[in-house]
Design a protein around this ligand. Structure first.
Ligand SMILES: NC(=O)c1ccc[n+]([C@@H]2O[C@H](COP(=O)([O-])OP(=O)(O)OC[C@H]3O[C@@H](n4cnc5c(N)ncnc54)[C@H](O)[C@@H]3O)[C@@H](O)[C@H]2O)c1
Length: 365
């Protein structure tokens, strides 16, 4: 593909563009203008912190106050309560089936708004405008939407593909450094699961910052990888490989988030610990040598990402949370591991004894 400002997620009739770079918001403004010209109701969902930090951009998109819904920032907003409030708001505003919903924010806003779009009036058009690194490289692409239950993360949701994704890396300018680092955990994940040369590139580059000249190309590469994987296995039904591999480290991460309480760890921080657990699992399976574990550790360290749990999380509670993971089949733990660096695989029926050992190595009690 020659046009560097656009990628396509190929899903037949549901295919959609990812617009990347300085011109992407021009396309976004035109999209909004076209919807308005066709008299389609539009609604924008964002969170408190994004609304404040990106106030100028938000204003420039031209949504009227009554067309905006602002949820509190943080993982806690991926809740039944916010979901229900949003549905009532759309109904109160008489948003009809020709309406369109725009998610302006990180993965929390994207997942929540996407699920609202998937379910309100059996489905409205949906657009993603990611403003965190994590959302740009991962959550805004692929159509997984959902909310959390107290018993587990992302337990309610739907596959609902956006009509388009608009990535303007300049919006990262206001992102706190800790959030940027959390996004880097997902970037590193791509290298580990399917692109060892991306991993090597990251190793070779000085620590990436919001304004690094190389950052847009790295984001683009991650989107390309995600688009490829999602295009081949949209609903994660492939028996071998496929979309499930994107969950490298995530079964561990979701357990940490669930047991520590949502928000105690940033999602990417929990993923970083999960990546170490998954690498150690591959090491124990005899797939990797110790050197890979050291390389993964060194790259995570560069972004000040945790590799062990911070406080005394209980191994048994973490294991219990893992038993609820959506990937498990027939009550057996199904984990994503690696055959080698850059090639993830699914491990069926991993023994709980082994997983207990991994949690102990990660500092759980
Ligand atoms: N759907 C998927 O495929 C998928 C994939 C990965 C992760 N996720 C989900 O994504 C969520 C995590 O996403 P996240 O890391 O983007 O977290 P987030 O949405 O909570 O955003 C992180 C914080 O940064 C703030 N923020 C966002 N953009 C900003 C900006 N430009 N300037 C200043 N502040 C800004 C937000 O208000 C928030 O406080 C989790 O719920 C996770 O489950 C979903």
């Amino acid at each position: 593909m020659n046009d560097k400002s656009k990628l396509t997620v190929s899903l037949g009739e549901q295919s959609y563009p990812i617009h990347i770079g300085a011109g992407s918001f021009d396309v976004l403004r035109q999209t909004i203008a076209d919807l308005r010209a066709a008299r389609c109701p539009v609604a924008l969902i964002t969170d408190t912190r994004v609304a404040a930090a990106q106030a100028t951009v938000l204003e420039s998109l031209g949504f009227e106050p009554r067309e905006r819904f602002i949820v509190p920032n943080g993982e806690g907003s991926k809740s039944i309560e916010q979901y229900s409030a949003l549905l009532e708001w759309l109904a109160g505003n008489e948003v009809s089936r020709d309406g369109a919903i725009f998610a302006f924010g990180g993965g929390v806003v994207g997942d929540l708004a996407g699920f609202v779009a998937a379910s309100y009036l059996r489905g409205l058009r949906f657009y993603q405008i990611p403003t965190t690194l994590l959302a740009m490289v991962d959550s805004s692409v692929g159509g997984k939407t959902g909310i959390n239950l107290s018993s587990g993360k992302n337990l309610v949701g739907a596959f609902w593909q956006p009509e388009a994704v608009f990535i303007e890396t300049a919006t990262l300018g206001t992102l706190p450094e800790r959030e940027f680092s959390a996004g880097m955990a997902e970037v590193i994940k791509y290298g580990m699961l399917c692109d060892h040369s991306l991993f090597a590139t990251l190793e070779g580059l000085p620590k990436l910052q919001v304004d690094s000249a190389k950052l847009p190309a790295i984001i683009r590469r991650c989107c390309e990888l995600k688009a490829e994987i999602v295009g081949a296995d949209e609903k994660e039904t492939a028996s071998e490989g496929g979309r499930a591999l994107l969950n490298l480290g995530h079964t561990f991460a979701h357990a940490i988030e669930n047991v520590a309480g949502y928000g105690a760890y940033l999602h990417g921080e929990a993923v970083a610990i999960g990546l170490v657990c998954a690498t150690r699992l591959a090491l124990e399976e005899g797939c990797l040598d110790q050197n890979i574990l050291l390389r993964v550790g060194a790259l995570l360290e560069r972004y000040a990402l945790p590799q062990r749990v911070r406080e005394n999380l209980r191994t048994e509670a973490l294991l219990e949370a893992m038993r609820k993971d959506k990937k498990n089949i027939g009550g057996k733990l199904r984990l994503i591991s690696m055959r080698t660096l850059g090639e993830a695989c699914i491990l069926e029926g991993v023994s709980e004894t082994r997983v207990r050992g991994l949690w102990k190595s990660a500092g759980a009690v």
